[in-house]
Design a protein around this ligand. Structure first.
Ligand code: BDR
Ligand code: CA
Length: 307
């Protein structure tokens, strides 16, 4: 039987409880050749998000290399998330300090050049590293296979200000660079994510897995954070849902849209401004997930994590 080549991925991430689950989902699925985890400041500082990435890979007994990246947005001050606690992964027993390589951007450029048209990027933090890579070496733009981004709020309120989702809000200048670049892009915004959440009891399905205890400890904190800030009783699966797009894209209802990023206003900073007028001139630049099949996601997610 022919040896089917696995899809090559870079995961750019700021772990983060939901980032942790996204990494677990892709790694445990066995479907991907994950070439690198690149870390970015967002949910917490670069030191914390990189320590957290190491913690997650250790839990998985995974040898995926970690490269640390930006310690702040391209031009603005870093604004940290609140739901994940001060270290970005409240509830996890983080004991190791991971050395910072500071080489995420170089590594992204190198991997794309060495694997033309083969590397897909899952971006589940602020888009700083990826925008920096495109700016430093624009020759990689036509060589990237696709980027799947967790971010944005199209027809629903924001989760950071009235209109903006956290990842885009933190570094709107980086998002603007990505959204203008002629690269195949898919956006998994709050519109699709808000309805896809797991209760603490759902995680009981994992009780025979070695991941059960660490996941339960992390999720107790995340679920409380989500309840405080979003008023939803469950762990919203933002980043795992974006990861799931690589596994089962038909579980999503999608539409090509023309989206621009607000970078000038303070009030609407980071808004993903979609042309939704029927008569507006449209230059579609991104495939947008409008909704996702929650039952299908939950079934597949728990099955894969149980492997
Ligand atoms: C996004 O913001 C972060 O807090 C999460 O990890 C996710 O990537 C949701 O808005
Ligand atoms: Ca994230």
């Amino acid at each position: 039987m022919a040896n089917i080549e696995k899809q090559k991925l870079i995961i750019d991430t700021d772990p983060g409880h939901d980032d942790a689950l996204a990494i677990m989902l892709l790694e445990k699925s066995g479907l991907f050749d994950i070439q690198a985890i690149t870390t970015v400041a967002g949910n917490s500082t670069i030191q914390n998000t990189t320590n957290n990435a190491r913690y997650i890979l250790d839990l998985l007994d995974s040898k995926i290399p970690i490269y640390s990246g930006a310690n702040a947005p391209l031009t603005r001050k870093l604004i940290l998330a609140e739901v994940h606690g001060p270290n970005g992964l409240a509830g996890a027993n983080i004991t190791k300090q991971e050395p910072l390589t500071g080489t995420a951007v170089e590594r992204i450029i190198e991997l794309v050049k060495n694997n033309p048209h083969e590397i897909s990027i899952l971006a589940i933090g602020p888009l700083t590293n990826i925008a920096d890579a495109l700016t430093r070496d624009s020759s990689i733009i036509p060589l990237i296979r696709e980027i799947v981004i967790m971010g944005g709020a199209i027809a629903v309120p924001g989760n950071k200000n009235r209109v903006a989702e956290f990842n885009i809000f933190v570094d709107p200048d980086a998002a603007d660079i990505i959204f203008r670049a002629p690269i195949k892009k898919t956006l998994i915004p709050l519109d699709a994510c808000n309805n896809v959440f797991l209760s603490i009891n759902d995680f009981e399905e994992l009780k025979n897995s070695p991941l059960y205890r660490p996941i339960k400890e992390m999720m107790a904190h995340y679920i409380q954070g989500i309840l405080n800030f979003e008023k939803t009783s469950g762990a919203i699966m933002y980043d795992p849902l974006a990861a799931y797009f690589f596994i089962n894209p038909v579980a999503f209802e999608t539409e090509m849209m023309d989206i621009k990023i607000e970078t000038q206003s303070e009030l609407t900073r980071g808004m993903t401004v979609a042309e939704r007028r029927s008569w507006g001139e449209k230059n579609p630049n991104v495939l947008v997930a409008k909704s996702a099949d929650r039952a299908e996601f939950t079934k597949n997610f728990l099955e894969i994590l149980n492997r």
